[in-house]
Design a binder for this molecule. Structure first.
Ligand code: BYC
Length: 317
């Protein structure tokens, strides 16, 4: 822990550190609400990564070529790795892995709404990589400068990998959009279904986002939900146009004055219903996760026995 002399007010010391854009580290003093806020956000993020493996993993056996299969497997493995870095970052705040997973498995903790939608065709895998990973990067680039050190450092590698995922998705969409009429229709259908849920990933509008004020004050989030959503739309629409596709939003229009697109409102009732556990796939996703955890019990036990034995042998040597 950095040297905090007894006269120093801890809160002032913490604020001054944030002011100087210095990172907060695990052993530093921090306000209890800052710790709780981070455990909530980082663990939700970790849960999203491992639940995010499910809709894509669903297509590994049906990928249309060996190359597509290898790329998709690599992507799904990356998501598992992201979950692990993030759980580890959350653990440095004093929450155990078991507690975090228990909150997920009992439905207490949230994970990203987007993963409660089904992947119906191969084009959905392209759309997920392009749009969902694209939205994730938009959100996560700023998190590389988040104020909590372990979270910020985990995000550096995660962003590099998400960037590869986004390109993988866009490449796949290019194949379909420039392919046969049926393939182009598949791509358009996937875009139609994933567009609005992707915009919801950024969270509620700023006036309805209870966590943003503290997140900005504590430099956890550097930009608001609406700012990031707007930037994502501005960046993605030219990509949609290049593909010769359209987004399902009659209100989408370039606004020269703001140098950005005006757009319609996502269905926020649907969003609230999905995050309350009533989306199209919430139950299926949670069940798959709980089953995987139970079925992996013997692997965890074997890995622990091996680690304990290795330690014992090192000690004896
Ligand atoms: N889904 O006050 P707000 C990925 C909740 S990408 C579910 O604005 P905050 C991946 C929110 O938790 C996805 N819940 O909250 C990509 C809060 O409820 P609680 C993961 C949502 O935290 C590709 C309430 O609504 N990325 O992993 O300031 C492949 C009010 O919201 C959502 C991250 O997690 C949502 N979309 O902002 C594989 C990035 N939106 O907790 C994997 C890190 C809002 O008070 N997280 N809620 O009960 C963040 O940046 C922020 O937590 C959010 C929400 C932007 C998501």
């Amino acid at each position: 822990m950095e040297n905090v002399n007894s006269n120093t007010n801890m809160e002032e010391w913490f604020d001054a550190k944030l002011q100087k854009n210095e990172m907060i580290e695990p052993k530093d003093w921090m306000p209890e609400n800052y710790r709780k806020h981070l455990i909530r956000q980082i663990s939700q993020h970790a849960h999203s990564e491992i639940i995010g493996m499910l809709p894509e993993g669903n297509w590994i056996t049906r990928a249309p070529s060996l190359r597509a299969k290898i790329v998709l497997m690599a992507k799904v493995q990356d998501e598992g790795g992201h979950g692990l870095y993030l759980y580890t970052a959350a653990e440095t705040l004093g929450s155990s892995r078991d507690e975090l997973l228990d909150a997920l498995h009992t439905g207490k903790a949230k994970y990203s709404s987007i993963f409660n939608y089904p992947t119906l065709t191969w084009a959905d895998i392209g759309a997920v990589g392009w749009l969902v990973d694209g939205a994730a990067i938009m959100n996560q680039v700023m998190l590389q400068r988040t104020s909590y050190g372990p979270y910020a450092r985990a995000m550096v590698r995660i962003c590099k990998e998400e960037s590869f995922h986004q390109r993988q998705g866009y490449e796949s969409m290019c194949h379909l959009a420039f392919g046969t009429t049926e393939q182009k229709q598949m791509a358009q259908d996937a875009l139609n279904r994933w567009w609005w849920p992707t915009l919801m990933m950024f969270g509620p509008t700023d006036d309805k986002s209870p966590n943003t004020a503290n997140a900005i004050k504590w430099k956890i989030k550097r930009e608001s939900n609406d700012q990031l959503r707007q930037r994502f739309i501005n960046q993605t629409i030219p990509q949609v146009e290049y593909l010769g596709l359209t987004v399902p939003d009659p209100d989408l229009k370039w606004n020269e004055e703001k140098k950005g697109y005006d757009f319609g409102s996502p269905n926020w009732d649907e969003f609230m219903s999905v995050i309350a556990g009533n989306g199209p796939c919430n139950r299926e996703r949670l069940k798959a996760r709980v089953d995987a955890h139970k079925n992996g019990e013997w692997v965890r036990a074997a890995a622990k026995a091996h680690a304990d034995k290795t330690k014992e042998m090192e000690f004896a040597a």
